[in-house]
Ligand binder design. Structure first.
Ligand code: DGL
Length: 277
């Protein structure tokens, strides 16, 4: 039986809100359900098995809430869990439901941003080690050279509300320098972690002024709009009442306070209990 429900937006914590914000701006007619797995964040330095396991549990939670479509608004989950969920888990769960990530839509267009054909990627350890960006960009833009820098402290800084503090400067500078020393031809840097837009002012401070900085929010929103146009069988299952609901696996008070910064307007969240497999 076909049921209608909100579009699910998932992240390990607050980062996916930077994607949700752009999606809601572009497609305000749909209902959305946001889940931040803050109690288990960060995912970035966890093993493949752990990220897959946590992400699958959260996807099952979204499906139990009636979501016909779930966006993994998390590069780490997209890199380490998406393919297995799509290929192994989804067919046995519900043929009418879909799970999409943020890496594919980004790599489809990122080559168009660079003139020098040298692109820098800033991401979590998990995203960088997965080589997902290197592999996917090579498919769409074989002439682009990709340079990567893992920034293991950046998500903890954001999750612990330290993204504007003096202490953040040390780690931002360290990794910007670590990326830029890999090639002096880099003209475009991608924030390949949905938490990083919160550090954008500090990143800008340490990045040479002529380097273009790309965040994923608008790219993912445009890609979702296109996907829904191409897939009316999924689109017709998405409720269109313009409601946005927020859930966190950790403290709702903390989430409300912090999420308002990421999302740009007041947030009232509910606590989510994720059934463990
Ligand atoms: N927002 C997630 C991403 O895009 C952060 C992952 C983490 O929890 O470390 O990769």
């Amino acid at each position: 039986m076909l049921t209608q429900g909100p579009i699910g937006i998932f992240d390990s914590g607050y980062g996916g809100l930077t994607i949700l914000k752009e999606i809601v701006a572009k497609l305000p007619q749909y209902d959305y359900l946001y889940l931040g797995d803050n109690a288990r964040a960060p995912y970035g330095n966890r093993s493949y098995e752990t990220v897959y396991h946590y992400t699958l549990e959260c996807v099952q939670w979204f499906f139990a809430k009636g979501c016909p479509l779930v966006i993994l608004a998390c590069n780490t989950a997209s890199a380490k869990a998406l393919r297995t969920i799509q290929q192994n888990d989804l067919p046995g769960m519900d043929g009418n439901k879909r799970v999409l990530g943020v890496i594919r839509p980004t790599t489809e267009v990122i080559g168009g941003f660079s003139e020098s054909k040298h692109i820098g990627i800033l991401g979590t350890v998990g995203t960088v080690q997965s080589q997902s960006y290197v592999i996917e960009i090579a498919k769409f833009f074989p002439d682009i050279q990709v340079f990567q820098e893992a920034c293991p402290m950046w998500v903890p800084l954001v999750e612990n509300h330290e993204h504007s503090s003096k202490g953040a400067d040390y780690f931002v500078k360290k990794h910007i320098q670590g990326l830029m020393k890999q090639s002096d031809k880099i003209d475009t840097v991608l924030l390949a972690c949905t938490h990083y837009p919160l550090l954008i002012n500090k990143i800008r401070e340490y990045l040479p002024v002529d380097i273009q900085l790309v965040s994923q929010g608008e790219i993912v929103a445009t890609s979702l709009e296109d996907y829904l146009l191409r897939h009316p069988e999924i689109e017709q299952n998405c409720v269109k009442a313009g409601a946005v609901d927020f859930f966190t696996t950790d403290s709702t008070e903390d989430f409300n306070q912090q999420a308002a910064v990421f999302f740009g307007r007041p947030v009232q969240s509910k606590h989510a209990v994720i059934p463990q497999n």
